[in-house]
Design a protein around this ligand. Sequence first.
Ligand SMILES: [Zn+2]
Length: 203
Amino acid sequence: MFPPILRKISLFLQRLPGIGEKTANRLSLFLLKIPNNDLKNFGQNLIELKQKIKFCHRCFNLSEEEICPICSDNKRDHETVVVLENPLDLLAFEQGNIYQGVYHVLHGKIDPLNRISADDLKINELINRLKKENIKELIIATSPDMEGEATAYFIKNRVEKEILNKKTIKITRLAYGLPIGANLEYADYMTLKKALEGRRNLI
Ligand SMILES: [Zn+2]
């Protein structure tokens, strides 16, 4: 039986995705071998995690600032917006310099079985951006499964109803040479680059 402090740490680690009891026990023991200062820094980072991380007010990516470094970068193309399900998808896009535009993170997809509706996502915020900003193209990069498709068409319909009578905005979808049902976050950047180059109009 582990002493209480190790048991507590192991029980916490077991709450993380993909970590079972044995792995958690092994990791807890491993933490004992890490130099004091490193552990202290890690502990401090854990304490600050929730205090420091917020959503960028514009794109809803995770950020320590009100406006994230991508949105505040003048060298990027602010007329092109890739719409993503989550911040991990954004990381996939940022690897390998394949994309110079900006983003909008929805934080999920419309998924009635899990009771996630359009109002739970940052779709109203996207429509507001389209009203205010000078955006020329929306590249919808939600996942190529049923919920991702439904989310893409939901956004397209709203943009058509609320925006396209006032402005011209091209709405495209990634070309999915990406494996069906696969998450963007796992795509390597060459696959993603091709998906981006081969994007088609959403009709
Ligand atoms: Zn941002």
